[in-house]
Structure formats: structure tokens, C-alpha cells
Design a protein around this ligand. Structure first.
Ligand SMILES: [Zn+2]
Ligand SMILES: [Zn+2]
Ligand SMILES: [Zn+2]
Length: 245
């Protein structure tokens, strides 16, 4: 049993991240009919290449007054194991399910921030989350599909408690997450630069964080939250549902 399944089995609230070395490479696959099931595409791709692990279909989101309409399109994201050679895939897989296909790079900037559909926090995905449910529309503990918020009442953000859905990009919690992420990326860059210089001058040091105050690590708070020393998100369980509406 891995640590995630263990924590889930004993009912601990947590969220985590997929380590970089386990993240898949992604490619965009075009030229296929939008009604083809991902499973069939995956089966065909896996017959042609053994480092392909998953296929997901992309969709567009349109807003029609209050309702959001999602529509599947003939564009698929193909997940590859990290060791896969992208050129090798492009050169060798030209036909999928009798369709001539086009491969394109996956544009990271199209999807800059991960939002958790389970707990409505930014920075991790639902597959890595075992925090209590928080509806992205009203902030209460149910999934968005079960939300009974009627259209006359405004939504309540699970993160900042203001009247917008938790996915709203002008939300102060989202902006603060983006700021913290920028800081963290910059800090990591600096650390790597320092490490490179110290490697060439000083005797080898182990790359372990030394200044974590374990007393500061609380359930539901990530390492990033601890080291940036900011607590702008309502994070603990007691705060999660304290909005009480
Ligand atoms: Zn979550
Ligand atoms: Zn709701
Ligand atoms: Zn908000």
C-alpha cells in the first residue's frame, strides 16, 4: 500500500503533488473524429508505442447566460512516460484508427494553474486530494454537481468567501497563489544557482532543507505554504465550513 492509499484508508485529510520525475510528457494529437472513445485511441497508440500511458479528450467551455456548456472537440492530449522520445513518436505514429494524425507540442501556458475540483484549492489536482469536499460554487461540503445554489443567489468562494465561484481568476486567493508560485519558482532558481556554485567550490553538501520548523507543519498545509510563511488561504478544516451559510 502506498502512502496515499494509506492516508485515504485511515481517513486523513491531505493533499499532495505528483513528483516531477513521475509527471508524464504530454503531446497534442489532432486529426481524429471527436466521437472516437479515448480508450480505443489509447489501445491503438499503445499497440504502436509502449511508452504511451493515457489519452484525454479536450473540450471547449462556452457560457450561455448562467449555464456553462462543455463541448468535446477532436483534439486529444496524449500522456507519455518521461523517457519517451517525442521525435520518435511523431515519426512513427502517423495513422491512428485509420485517420492520418497530426502531432503538436502541448502548450503549457494554456493551462497555467491547477485547480482542485474536490476541495476548490489551487495548486494540486483532485487525483492528489483527500481534503474534505468544498463546492466551487457555494463553498459547502458537497461536489459542484450536487450544488443546489439557485440562480438568484450569488455564489460564495470557498477560499475568500466573497461572492464569486472559487475558479474566478480575480479572486484574491487565486492572485495570492499566483504570487506565491512566482516567489517559489524564483527561490528555487536561486537555490539551484547557489547549489551549482557551491558544488564547484565547497565540499559536497546534501541537498536537504534544514530550516523547516516541524511545529509549523500542520495538516492540510503544504511545504510551499510553510516556507512562504503566508496564510492567505483558509486552510484548516475548522475554517473550511465555518462560513455557515
Ligand atoms: Zn484538493
Ligand atoms: Zn454548492
Ligand atoms: Zn475567492
Amino acid at each position: 500500500m502506498n502512502i496515499k492509499s494509506y492516508l485515504t484508508s485511515i481517513n486523513i485529510d491531505y493533499y499532495t503533488y505528483t513528483p516531477k520525475n513521475e509527471l508524464c510528457k504530454k503531446m497534442v494529437l489532432k486529426g481524429l473524429d471527436k466521437n472516437l472513445p479515448c480508450k480505443e485511441i489509447l489501445d491503438d497508440l499503445q499497440m504502436q508505442h509502449n511508452l504511451i500511458v493515457d489519452v484525454k479528450q479536450m473540450q471547449t467551455t462556452k457560457r450561455d447566460n448562467e449555464t456553462t456548456i462543455k463541448e468535446k472537440i477532436g483534439v486529444f492530449v496524449v500522456y507519455l512516460k518521461r523517457e519517451a522520445n517525442i521525435d520518435d513518436i511523431i515519426n512513427n505514429i502517423k495513422i491512428v484508427l485509420h485517420h492520418v494524425v497530426i502531432w503538436e507540442k502541448f502548450n503549457k501556458r494554456a493551462n497555467p494553474a491547477t485547480f482542485c475540483g474536490r476541495c476548490s484549492r489551487w495548486g494540486h489536482g483532485a487525483s492528489n486530494c483527500n481534503m474534505p469536499l468544498r463546492c466551487l460554487k457555494c463553498g459547502k461540503s458537497h461536489s459542484p454537481e450536487k450544488c443546489d445554489l439557485d440562480k438568484q443567489r450569488p455564489p460564495t468562494c470557498a477560499n475568500c468567501k466573497l461572492n464569486h465561484p472559487a475558479t474566478y481568476r480575480e479572486c484574491p486567493a487565486f492572485k495570492s497563489y499566483i504570487e506565491r508560485r512566482k516567489d517559489l519558482i524564483e527561490k528555487n532558481r536561486q537555490k539551484q544557482r547557489q547549489l551549482r556554485t557551491s558544488h564547484s567550490e565547497a565540499p559536497r553538501q546534501r541537498n536537504v532543507p534544514t530550516s523547516i520548523d516541524t511545529a509549523k507543519i500542520r495538516q492540510g498545509i503544504s511545504y510551499a505554504d510553510v516556507i512562504t510563511n503566508e496564510q492567505n488561504f483558509p486552510i484548516s478544516n475548522t475554517q473550511d465550513t465555518s462560513n455557515g451559510n
